[in-house]
Design a binder for this molecule. Sequence first.
Ligand code: NAP
Ligand code: SF4
Length: 685
Amino acid sequence: MMASQNKSKGFSKFKRILEPLVVGKTIIANRIIMGSMHTGLEEGNENDFRRMAAYFAERAETGVGLIITGGISPNPEGALDDAIFQKSDDIPKHKIITEAVHNANKETKICLQILHSGPLAKDKNLVAPSAVKSRIGRFLPNELNDVSLKKQIDDFVNCAELSKSAGYDGVEIIGSAGYLISTFFVSKTNLRKDDYGGSFQNRTRFAKEIVQNIRQKLGNDFLIIFRIPAMDMMEGGMSWEEILILSKGLEDSGVSIISTHFSWHESPVPTIATMVPRAAFTSVTKRLKERVSVPVITSNRINMPEVAERVLENNEADLISMARPFLADSQLFLKIKEGRDQEINTCIACNQACLDHAFARKEVSCLVNPRACNETTLNYFPVVKKKKIAVIGAGPSGLAFSEIAAQRGHKIDLFEGSSEIGGQFNLAKKIPGKEEFYETLRYFYNALKKNNVNLILNKWVNNSDLIGKGYDEVVFSTGVNPRSINIEGINSKNVISYIDAITGKRVIGKKIVIIGAGGIGFDVAELISHGVRNPSVNIEDFASQWGIDFVNHPRGGVTGIPSLFEKSDREIIMLQRKVTPVGIGLGKTTGWTHRLSLKNKGIRMLKGVEYRNINQDGISISVDNKLTFIEADTIIVCAGQEPDRSLYESAKDEFKKHLIGGAFEARELDAKIAIKQASELAAHI
Ligand code: NAP
Ligand code: SF4
């Protein structure tokens, strides 16, 4: 069924990536897939579809082989939101997308993802093989009877037919993640006694009938990709033998491509967060690839082409799905094709503007690229009148502003007081599990150079540096200072700031108290509790930390394997005054991994704390009016930041002034807001 043409074309650096793949009568132009990523526009009107069309077309233009849309339900009972494709009335909306993609590049294929969320649906009429509530579902699902079960299959087929009519080259059926189809595979969610339950063969029947019926209706030219739970990371999940039986059954039923997916959403194992090593799961795809004859897709934490090339080189997969990296850089594939990988704006797997937004039902974008999904509204057009602009501070906002404003044609002098660019990112990159920040800094270094930004390092700017220099406008991205807090004894020698803790400027003892448990408190705790193992870069360490057995692949990949977190050799206690759970404000999709990781390393967290006083031996606090003294040889203050506006406030009005990033607003500051604000200013200045 599969044949690959060994003709490599274009730049030779990523030879395997650029090889086409023939699947039946379809030629996929190369091995990179822009994977499915919900944008939050799928449930919208024609205007939202035009925005999606622009987003996809900009990426199709670069020549990426295949694009898969965000998940769309085949019926209301399977919907996660209002993204449903059940009626022919909606064909014209979808045509806006398919025509835009095919017009942008006739070689790029586009498939619609059919996502029936089953027990995770938002609708009270939700359905599942059995009435078993998901740990993360809102409602108890209704058990499918004979009639409603057949209706679900018909709805999948109908959705595929509508997709074909709308101009899609195929569909991707999601049969993983704890959505409807996957709950048929697992005995604890499928208690049925009929032909769709009981033996494993029976439990695969629903999936196979969907594929068979679509293939029969739509013929051999239509791509059918099926996402299987290749390792569901669930206690009592699927065994390796069952995964093989399922894959063979799908192959016989007519799938064109099998896509390997890892973990159900309710699994307590991280699979996409930045703390997951790159390409952590490709060994599983490789084992499957050796046992099936259809092409196999791998995914998860493959964010740079050298990783993708290595995976292909090692025959671990036929195709590489990169979803979030296409949000981070719309020109990703062009840069791969032209060997300009050092210019890629790398996805740092933070989830802050993509999945955190998707799960909060907000429009998706990207922390490092706020243009993502805003291609029709946020554009960086060449300037009509060139201006001379000084930018003070090369943190995230100063960097983003300088790059974009210079790219548009302005003349930019970017001043930075320290010896390197990056600001707060230089602290972030030192945190175990946040190594991807090095990529962002590499990106900005190259982007500044390419756009002829005049970067002046080691220069603390004062007013006289700005006067009489001909600046039309000055942008103050002067960042933040750690918040000074008022506790008796705060000036004791054992009290240090998070900056000194992260940069290693001050020695840290063995008994630690962390004041403040926000993002930076968690980062500091992660850093100072780090042992000899490196789970964010070493796959064996990652596997043992989270209890995954990649070699023997027991049920779910995790059953019976203990999670072995390296206990910290320091005694660490994190404190906060709020009474809400500690760490509740961290990212929606990643916060739990940080909380779990620190808890498993033995770090204690106290909420509802009142600070009394500090002395050289520790800190007195009270919780629920109970006074306690905590011994501490080091107390690290992670109590947030205050804007540094001193230069802005004292600057003369000789030029137009702008305040951005942390200097504008330090409360709740994060890089997502800072880069977005900077990009919007740079687009219009
Ligand atoms: P933050 O999230 O605002 O947390 C500040 C902490 O200090 C809070 O726990 C707060 O808790 C405490 N605090 C505030 N004022 C205090 C005072 N006067 N005395 C004692 N404690 C005080 O700030 P951050 O941790 O510095 O992080 C800065 C920004 O970077 C945040 O917006 C964060 O989202 C972002 N960031 C994110 C991540 C991430 O993982 N996504 C990582 C690092 C940084 P109480 O008021 O309850 O005591
Ligand atoms: Fe990647 Fe973060 Fe952008 Fe999402 S928001 S695409 S995880 S860089």
